[in-house]
Design a protein around this ligand. Structure first.
Ligand SMILES: C[S@@+](CC[C@H](N)C(=O)[O-])C[C@H]1O[C@@H](n2cnc3c(N)ncnc32)[C@H](O)[C@@H]1O
Length: 254
């Protein structure tokens, strides 16, 4: 996969990608990431990438010319996904990360100030992505978030010590709780079943914990969840194990 990032702060992207798994993925040739400065596509003396808004008002707007020229210089194939990072876009989800991981070429556009001239959205971007309902100063952190979420899903990127299969959201549920050594830390012990060596019992316990967590923390995910036949059996067991709270009391974890 090829990822190009158009940003007036290319170093933010380069330094953000020069660690850990994402660095190794680049070294192993699983992904090629490059950052491009739209200033290199300006023609004026000041190499300006922003200008005042038509109609007046505070702030500056990213000029369309240098952004279009930077993208066109990359000669994107017709199926390239040209993603504008914007708080007004669709909120990034794990399902969207999986979808972007199928693309052969992603181009990410990082805004600043008041954002992009609207013609970038209308005539250049194929996708508009937000990383959440808050406003950041620029698109570089959102671009890094998107790259991280996508690259870890590419084949061969996660080693055996990491895995995406059981992650939260991977099957529409939150992940079960995880423990490591010691089994007793300051008097807080781990669930017995995890020491039993009984793989089927451990798998059932984990699945039930996923149900319990998702039900109490993310009712939105829970209502969309489609249980399998074996899930339905476990859900029945879970409801027998967990007495319903008296009316008016919540079953939420504290
Ligand atoms: C200060 S923001 C512009 C906000 C814009 N005036 C608005 O109200 O929609 C500057 C840039 O940061 C990036 N940005 C800020 N918050 C973001 C978010 N939640 N998700 C994705 N990108 C974001 C975008 O690239 C945006 O163009």
């Amino acid at each position: 996969m090829k990822i190009d990032v158009v940003t007036i702060f290319p170093e933010m992207i380069r330094s953000g990608l020069s660690h850990s798994i994402i660095k190794r993925a680049q070294e192993a040739g699983r992904v090629q990431v490059a950052a491009h400065d739209p200033r290199d596509h300006t023609t004026d003396r000041h190499r300006s990438t922003d200008d005042t808004p038509y109609g007046g008002g505070a702030g500056m707007v990213m000029r369309p010319g240098p952004i279009f020229a930077a993208v066109e210089s990359l000669e994107p194939p017709p199926d390239a996904r040209i993603v504008m990072l914007t708080p007004q876009g669709k909120t990034l989800t794990q399902a969207m990360a999986h979808e972007f991981a199928q693309a052969s070429h992603l181009i990410l556009l990082c805004g600043h100030y008041e954002g992009f001239d609207e013609r970038v959205r209308e005539h250049l971007a194929t996708d508009e992505i937000s990383i959440g309902d808050y406003v950041l100063t620029g698109g570089e952190l959102p671009a890094l978030v998107l790259i991280d979420a996508v690259v870890r899903l590419l084949p061969g990127v996660l080693g055996s010590e990491e895995s995406a299969a059981g992650d939260t959201f991977s099957d529409g549920l939150l992940e079960y709780p995880q423990y490591t050594r010691p089994p007793d830390f300051r008097g807080w012990t781990i669930p017995e079943v995890l020491l039993s060596g009984n793989h089927a019992a451990i798998a059932n316990w984990r699945r039930k914990e996923q149900f319990r967590r998702t039900q109490s923390r993310r009712p939105d995910l829970w209502s969309a969840f489609q249980p399998s036949k074996s899930d339905l059996k476990l859900l029945k067991q879970l409801s027998e194990e967990t007495p319903s709270p008296p009316a008016g009391e919540s079953s939420e974890e504290n």
